[in-house]
Design a protein around this ligand. Sequence first.
Ligand SMILES: [Zn+2]
Length: 335
Amino acid sequence: MPQHLIGVDIGGTSVRVAIAPVEDLKSFQKLKQDTAKTDPDGLSRQVIAMIDELVAKQKVAIKDIKAISIATAGPIDAEKGEIFNNANLGFKIIPLKAPILKRFPSIQVNIINDCRSAVLGVHCFEAKPDEKDNMGYVTISTGIGGGFIVNGHLVLGKEGNASEVGHGVIGSKSGVRCNCGAEGCWEAFCSGWSVAKHAVNAIEADPGSGKELLDLVKGDKSRITAKDVYEAARKGDKLAQSIVDQATYYNAIGLGLINNFYDPKVIYIGGSMLKDEQQILPPLRELFEKRTIEFTINHPPLLKKTTLGDEVGLLGALALGKYKIEKNQVISAFK
Ligand SMILES: [Zn+2]
């Protein structure tokens, strides 16, 4: 039986588990379930049950599994193998590594933040050879996060939480409070929920505005989503367009800071907001081209949409297992 790897991707809404032969990771088989939030040990029980189910289905022997690599929403304590302070997962501390190792004592268990995992996914499955040494991944979704490879090495930090770019403060006051409690985070300007909230605030400040946007939600502004804001902007709604323009501007500030700090050749962008890619990427590229110095002192990076879609974190987890086996330099900081 060929050697296999298991990848796990834990998010606030769903948990994905995949199994694949080391030699052909892209042929992975997967399971997806809603994230268990019953008690602090519920998540590890769920991951173990999903692994058991997948391994039985694929008829893979435990001795042929080389690694279980878990990409998770953070923050994480890489040393203890725990998630801590994650508001979406519901508990202050969620142990992962210990219970999973207890169930599978013969298998190596790796834990990584999902955005750092995603950049490994792009590095392994998508990036061109001349991009691999200096590249980034940024997700613009419910949250905003990033992962970066600088001089051929994944940036991890003391506990694996480097590059929490979404909570970088990029404006003194966004007018909406971020989930982390601060105001002015990149997430509080450009994430899905904040774009919707900015639109609602703008309608409240100027009653009678945002007609096309309100038509999309039958007049009920509590139902406005970021998707509606982008759609209304496409239909010519001035208020919606101003919110989209604001998000583009602050995305440029966030990406410009990343470019100043890490000097990447390319930043791959993913996340649910990229469904409206045409209203996000071309205007961002134009800002970096025409007004470069407002956002970055360095040569701007290429901005590309990842083609790996929702599987980017899961593919990254599989890539992490492969890179561990190969002792690949890119994860030399990963323990
Ligand atoms: Zn924040």
